[in-house]
Structures are given as structure tokens and as C-alpha cells.
Write a protein that binds this ligand. Structure first.
Ligand code: 3HC
Length: 285
């Protein structure tokens, strides 16, 4: 099935990025969030990216007008009901995701494929909640979505090959490389990346080196494009902590124990770039 209309639920960092590349790829996009202020914030991120691309001469004002013509926003989930594919990118909380998938399953056309951008929760568990588990698949994007080329595609226990094919084809249309992963906590990338980021937070906590030196060490010593603590700030420390806690609980292995430094940042409301402070202070830049 060729996707024409893409629904994106959640206008945060990931949802806005997905909506942006969908509109750029020629899809009709409906971006929905629970409050207008969240929709407005997501739209602002998207239009700022387009303004920068115009300034760099990569796209024209006419392109932006075309993209905007294809991008609708709403605060009502009902505006998603006739989409061919809906990608959920809401808060990383399994109970809230299940509630939302139940609602989408009841409300949407039977043909609609429902995808979750979960960072690592069980697709099967989310799919069962929808009442149409054959039509649910994981589509895991990476931050910043417009730049990162990968999407992990994860079938749940009852996902059909037809549903997987819709996810794979959509990745092709929006210019991403899809890799199929089995359902397991964190899939491929986060299974490897989150323990690394968590370990960097442990190292900082133990006083091994400063935030700056830990990051510099991994950039210069391991050729990482960005240091691990700066990456925590980019991903969102709250997201990272939720994933780390989920791994700890699912694997039951002490190596996944979330670093206190992550917990303290979250308790302080210092979630990274999105709140202006994390391991670094972005309010001073
Ligand atoms: N949105 C859109 N475009 C962005 C962007 C953003 N937030 N940040 C950077 N870009 C674009 C820039 O506009 C620039 O585009 P251009 O080449 O067309 O001019 C290009 O990316 C390079 O940007 P910069 O020169 O400003 O900076 P860098 O060279 O440092 O690159 C980076 C920025 C691509 C973010 C790089 O630092 C990087 O690769 N970081 C690692 C990112 C990463 O690992 N992401 C995965 C996180 S894990 C995840 O998301 C999963 C989740 O479940 C937790």
C-alpha cells in the first residue's frame, strides 16, 4: 500500500522531525498534539529548520510554501482517522502509549497502519492494546530526525508482513534507511547506545573527569561526532532515564542500573537542550 496521508501523534522533538520530513517527501501530513502550545512549538521547530535551509540556498521559498500546504496541525486525534499510517511519537510511557493505541484502534479506518516511535518498549504490548495487533509496527527514528538516516522497523508478535512492508516503503519514500529488528528492549541502537550514555553519566558521577573532558575524550579518542553527555542533552535526559530504567527492569542486569546523575538532572527539571539545561547550560549560549 502506498502511503499518501501520514499522521504524526506528538509534536515534540521526534514528532516534529517526522512531520517535517514527511511533508518534504510529498506526503499529506497531519501533526497532532494534546495542546495548541505543543503544536505551535513543533511547528516552530519545523519552520525554523526550513528557514535555515532557505538561507543556505538548499530549498526555495516556493518549496516551503508547498511543504506548508501539505502540513496540517490539530489538537484533535479524530483528525488522524483517515490517515494511511499514523506514527506515534508521544511521551515514553508505556501505559499512556497503550491508552493512545486503544483510542487509535477504535477510531481509525481498519486499513490504517499504526506505528510507534518508542525508544524500546514492547511493540507487542502496545499492539495488543490497539485491538488490531496485525496492523501495528515499531518505527524508531533518531534525533535529529531530519539528519539521522536510520529507522529501525520492529514487528510485534502479530504484525503481518504487509504491515512491515508499509513501514519499509514509507522509510524509502521519506529518504531513510530501514533496518528490521526483532522485538527486544531497545532494539539495536538503544540496546548499545543507552548503556554507553548511562556509563558516561556514571563516570561523571564518580568524578572520573569533568563533563567537558568526558565528551572531549570520546570525540578525540573514539571519533564520536558528539560527546556522550552532550548526546544525553540532545536525546533528553528524561527519555534516557526512562529507557535505562526499562532496561534495568526488563533485563534484570545491574549493568543497566541508571546513573544517579541522570536521576538528579531529571528531578531538577534539567532535561537537556529542550529545557535549556542538562549536563551543559544552553541558556548562556
Ligand atoms: N534539526 C535539523 N537539522 C539539524 C539539527 C536539528 N536538530 N542539528 C543539526 N542539523 C543539521 C544542520 O543544519 C547541518 O545541516 P547542513 O549540513 O545541511 O548544513 C547538519 O545537521 C550538521 O549540523 P552542524 O554542522 O550544526 O553540527 P554537527 O556537524 O555537530 O552535526 C549532529 C550535528 C548531526 C547532531 C551531530 O552532532 C551528530 O551526529 N550527533 C549524534 C546524534 C545521534 O547520535 N543521534 C542519535 C541519538 S539516539 C536517539 O535519537 C534514539 C532515541 O530513542 C533515544
Amino acid at each position: 500500500m502506498a502511503i499518501k496521508k501520514l499522521g504524526v501523534l506528538g509534536a515534540g522533538t521526534m514528532g516534529a522531525g517526522i512531520a517535517q520530513i514527511g511533508a518534504e517527501a510529498g506526503l499529506q501530513v497531519v501533526l497532532v498534539d494534546i495542546e495548541q502550545k505543543f503544536v505551535d512549538r513543533g511547528l516552530k521547530v519545523i519552520t525554523t529548520n526550513w528557514d535555515k535551509a532557505v538561507a543556505k540556498g538548499k530549498i526555495t521559498d516556493k518549496d516551503v510554501a508547498d511543504y506548508l500546504g501539505r502540513l496540517k496541525t490539530s489538537t484533535n486525534n479524530r483528525d488522524l482517522q483517515d490517515c494511511d499510517l499514523i506514527i506515534e511519537a508521544i511521551i515514553e510511557n508505556i501505559e499512556i502509549k497503550k491508552k493512545v493505541f486503544k483510542e487509535l484502534g477504535e477510531m481509525c479506518s481498519p486499513a490504517t497502519v499504526l506505528a510507534s516511535n518508542t525508544s524500546g518498549f514492547s511493540i507487542t504490548e502496545i499492539a495488543v492494546a490497539s485491538g488490531r495487533p496485525d496492523k501495528v509496527v515499531g518505527m524508531h527514528f533518531f534525533n535529529p530526525v531530519p539528519v539521522m538516516k536510520l529507522v529501525e522497523v520492529i514487528p510485534g508478535a502479530e504484525t503481518t508482513e504487509e504491515t512491515v512492508a508499509v513501514a519499509m516503503e514509507t522509510c524509502r519514500v521519506i529518504g531513510k534507511t530501514a533496518i528490521r529488528a526483532k522485538e527486544a528492549p531497545g532494539f539495536i541502537v538503544n540496546r548499545l547506545l543507552v548503556p554507553y550514555l548511562n556509563d558516561a553519566a556514571h563516570a561523571y558521577q564518580e568524578g572520573v573527569a569533568s563533563v567537558e573532558d568526558i565528551d572531549q575524550a570520546m570525540k578525540l579518542g573514539a571519533n564520536m561526532p558528539i560527546g556522550p553527555l552532550a548526546l544525553c542533552d540532545l536525546v533528553g535526559i528524561d527519555v534516557l532515564l526512562m529507557v535505562a530504567e526499562y532496561f534495568y527492569q526488563e533485563f534484570g542486569d545491574p549493568k543497566f542500573r541508571p546513573a544517579l546523575a541522570l536521576k538528579q538532572k531529571v528531578r531538577a527539571g534539567h532535561l537537556g537542550i529542550k529545557t535549556g539545561k542538562g549536563f551543559y547550560d544552553y541558556t548562556k549560549k
